[in-house]
Design a protein around this ligand. Sequence first.
Ligand SMILES: [Zn+2]
Length: 279
Amino acid sequence: MIFFESTIFWRKKVGVTKPKSAKTFGKKEFAYFLFLIIMCLSFIIWYGFGISTQRLEDTTVTMDLYEERLKMNLESTLTDSHLVERERNKLLMAIEERIVAFLYQIPDFSYIGSLETYLKYRPQLLEQFPSAVPLEKGNYSVTSNYGIRVHPISDKEKKHYGIDLATARGKYVYSAASGTILNILFSKKGYGTHIIIKHRFGFETLYGHLNKVLVRKGQTVKQHEMIGAVGRTGSSTGYHLHYEILKNGNKIDPILSFNLKKNIYSHLIKSNTIKDGVE
Ligand SMILES: [Zn+2]
């Protein structure tokens, strides 16, 4: 208070009035304000991202350790089978406690490896996220992979966000996992007639260039349920399925999901539980 009073006193004394240009919120103030907002936002983004990456790394280490201990438990030569079994149940319970959060956090399939031993015990979990080819077994060929490619129509280099599976016209397309039909879109360009399915753990799948749709928006589907038929609608040179997987909003390489179910089931300890999928 004393300070302000003294400046008023000095202004009066030297005859300085409040400058005309001193607006309450001028360009300078605005720039300063903007700078502060940008600083705050970048701090939040950077810090938030740092935390989530750190959390993912920590959980991955924990999951890897559980995987290792579970493997050791399975290979144990201890004669006290009761003790081994109790230890195994404890490990499985501990993984189950963390698994949902872990599956939501992971950015792609490269992290699934640390769950393989666990999934042998809980293979039904594989039905909840993309883990199989959405076409009939042995009835397709991969004609274009995920990554940079020269577009067959425009002849320009373009990133291909999915995988192309060539097969005959009208071949049925199956849902890669259980989920809900998020959208069915009909376009003359791009994906043509396509279906988008929402799954658990932040996964979505897209099936493009279809000539038939057998589901409706909002419908729930099971893994391997028929959803449509292969066509060449949109920008397509031949009959094929353009298949995409999205994880937490980002398009990821679907190839790692193709053998997931097959691998887990073929390694099952009890052979009588092996099921025959469409992959
Ligand atoms: Zn494609």
